[in-house]
Ligand binder design. Structure first.
Ligand code: FES
Length: 221
């Protein structure tokens, strides 16, 4: 578990904008007034989506609105790696470094990030990228993979290798739309080169074998 602290440089103040306020209203409506602290994660997430990261004034504002001690909101923000505690580039690349992704080449992805962006959490010189290593994101069947967070949303990009990631970063830097999901020929996490359900022998009976029915001594026709 990495140590997560608030950024050294913080803005003077924070205020939710109109769009965020509408989302907050939606989330607060889900909880009884006495349990409104349950909206702490959505509120932090809304702040992050508005600013790109969660600042100290944002944590303070959320604590006030949810009538929670500041330290409780701070604990949530610093515990979950989904919250960026410092500004990030336009495209945040979260590389999964857990065992299945590591065995399938996430080290290569990390090397590309180091070469093109720099150290974890830093913003690239052109302001377009930041990268961090994260733990399993539940897409191990498509290892190695990244999650890409940018103004377009949060997307998984899977079945990667170093060359594919470099090509994607070229396209992103040039402002091109990229294909999200698997970067291989397969759909979702189906087996590579699958013939499932397309092989005629599945339907023409040629695979059928006579079997002996149990306890009868008879063969099924
Ligand atoms: S190990 Fe990478 S998604 Fe699970």
């Amino acid at each position: 578990m990495s140590v997560r602290r608030l950024a050294k440089e913080q803005p003077e103040s924070f205020a939710f904008n109109k769009k965020s306020e509408a989302e907050i209203k939606f989330w607060l409506a889900k909880y009884p007034e006495a349990k409104k602290a349950s909206a702490v994660i959505p509120m932090l997430w809304i702040a992050q989506k508005q600013e790109g990261w969660v600042s100290e004034p944002a944590i303070r504002d959320i604590a006030g609105r949810l009538e929670m001690p500041y330290i409780r909101v701070y604990e949530v923000a610093t515990f979950y790696t989904m919250f960026n505690l410092e500004p990030v580039g336009t495209h945040l690349i979260q590389v999964c470094g857990t065992t299945p992704c590591m065995l399938r080449g996430s080290g290569e992805l990390i090397d590309v990030c180091k070469k093109r962006i720099g150290k974890q959490h830093e913003i690239s010189a052109d302001g377009k990228f930041t990268w961090i290593e994260v733990e399993c994101m539940g897409a191990c069947a498509n290892a190695p993979m990244i999650q890409l967070a940018n103004p377009d949303g949060d997307h998984y990009v899977e079945d990667l290798d170093g060359a594919k990631l470099e090509a994607l970063m070229d396209d992103l830097a040039a402002g091109k739309q990229i294909k999200y999901g698997p970067q291989s020929e397969r759909n979702a996490s189906e087996p590579h080169g699958t013939k499932v359900l397309t092989d005629p022998s599945l339907y023409d009976g040629s695979r059928a074998k006579k079997i002996k029915l149990p306890n009868t001594g008879k063969a099924e026709g």
